[in-house]
Design a protein around this ligand. Structure first.
Ligand code: SAM
Length: 366
């Protein structure tokens, strides 16, 4: 491979371009993951992105005697293979891995594209861990992959081949705090309602239900984000202090220089314009915060995007995206001013299409 003259070869073959963040400890090996590995009946633990080998060197804990590993880095002493191109099939094996993560956006920003461009060429995905998943599923029927929790919102096309997904709040890495989950695939395509979702050790719900709980805006109440003249403020991200989580408030309730900051911090703090009479504004804010809290409790936070790191109480920090924020404001607005049954009642999930819909259809469950 030829590298631009101003960039060291090292950079392209180093930690970031190869995603060399090794998994430590067993916090990822929850009871349900262990049962899945045992139930597969496979006799070889196989990591095509083996790194230091921690995920397969402990294979006796899964009751598996043999291991196989591949890596692209010759210094790691595994059989060499570019597993983002293809992974050889091994009979009777289960893949247990933590593939490299690198988004095309980060690769461009960090000037790493020359090293990884080829992986993005024939894919619709924007992160190489999703490319890795395609290779993994093409190679083996059973696999366990530790991947970013944003996977849940990735639109990954083979999602229905999952058996379960476990959100992991404890960080299994020493050198990165990317929020992760453990995805167990059994290769069988199934309805989302047959895929289990766990949070740490606990069963939470099925994936169809989780997706159905995402709030969807109807677009019937005009809302504008990042408008300096707006009256409503939103802290869109949990801070590390559990007492200062995502919340709606009056602009003046936040000690913040809006004039200066709105451009730089538009995702963390924003000002919103929505038409609510002055005397109703506090009421509206209370409604928004109530709907948000209710949603967080009912969904175990899973439908909110993860944000790096945890709060001081060990719970994952979350981010409220504008789409969900808009849906919450619409619901609060209708609560106060009436109208629109769809948003007042919540959100709609079409069982047949297995996706959310704005309008009621005859297959809908709420
Ligand atoms: C995130 S680390 C994980 C290592 C190990 N699975 C673990 O959990 O500790 C990813 C590993 O994949 C390797 N890797 C990166 N790109 C690869 C490729 N195209 N083919 C094979 N291995 C690759 C890296 O060298 C690194 O060892």
């Amino acid at each position: 491979m030829s590298y631009p003259a101003d960039i060291q070869q090292d950079k392209y073959e180093g930690k970031i371009a190869r995603g060399q963040f090794f998994t430590r400890g067993r916090s990822w090996l929850k009871g349900q993951v262990l049962s899945f590995i045992k139930k597969s009946g496979c006799r070889i633990a196989y990591d095509p992105f083996a790194g230091a080998g921690d995920l397969i060197h402990c294979s006796d804990e899964y009751g598996i005697a043999d291991i196989a590993g591949l890596d692209i880095d010759p210094s790691l002493k595994w059989r060499l293979n570019d597993s983002l191109v293809s992974i050889p099939h091994i009979d009777n094996s289960i893949i247990i891995t933590n593939p490299p993560y690198l988004s095309s956006y980060s690769a461009s920003r960090k000037k790493l594209m020359p090293a990884v461009r080829k992986y993005f060429e024939n894919t619709c995905y924007d992160d190489i861990y999703l490319v890795a998943l395609d290779r993994i599923l093409a190679a083996q029927e059973y696999s366990v992959a530790i991947i970013p929790e944003t996977f849940l919102n990735s639109g990954y096309r083979q999602m229905r081949r999952l058996d379960s997904i476990t959100i992991l709040e404890e960080n299994p890495f020493n050198d990165t705090d990317v929020p992760v989950c453990v995805a167990c695939f059994d290769g069988r395509t199934k309805p989302l309602s047959e895929i289990s979702v766990y949070k740490n050790n606990d069963y939470f719900s099925d994936l169809g239900h989780v997706f159905g709980m995402r709030p969807v805006p109807c677009g019937d109440v005009p809302v504008r984000f990042n408008v300096l003249s707006g009256w409503l403020a939103l802290r869109g991200v949990d801070t590390t202090n559990p007492a200062e989580k995502i919340r709606f408030g009056l602009k003046e309730d936040f000690s913040y220089d809006w004039e200066k900051g709105i451009k730089n911090t538009s995702r963390l703090l924003t000002v919103i314009q929505i038409d609510v009479k002055k005397e109703q504004q506090k009421n509206f804010i209370d409604e928004c915060n109530k709907i948000l809290e209710d949603l967080r409790t009912k969904t175990g936070d899973i439908i909110l995007s993860p944000f790096k790191g945890n709060m001081k109480n060990g719970k994952r920090r979350r981010r409220l995206d504008y789409k969900a924020a808009r849906a919450i404001m619409e619901q609060a607005w209708h609560k106060i001013y009436g109208g629109n049954d769809c948003t007042v009642q919540g959100y709609c999930f079409c069982v047949k299409a297995e996706k959310q819909t704005k309008l009621f259809c005859k297959h809908i469950r709420i």
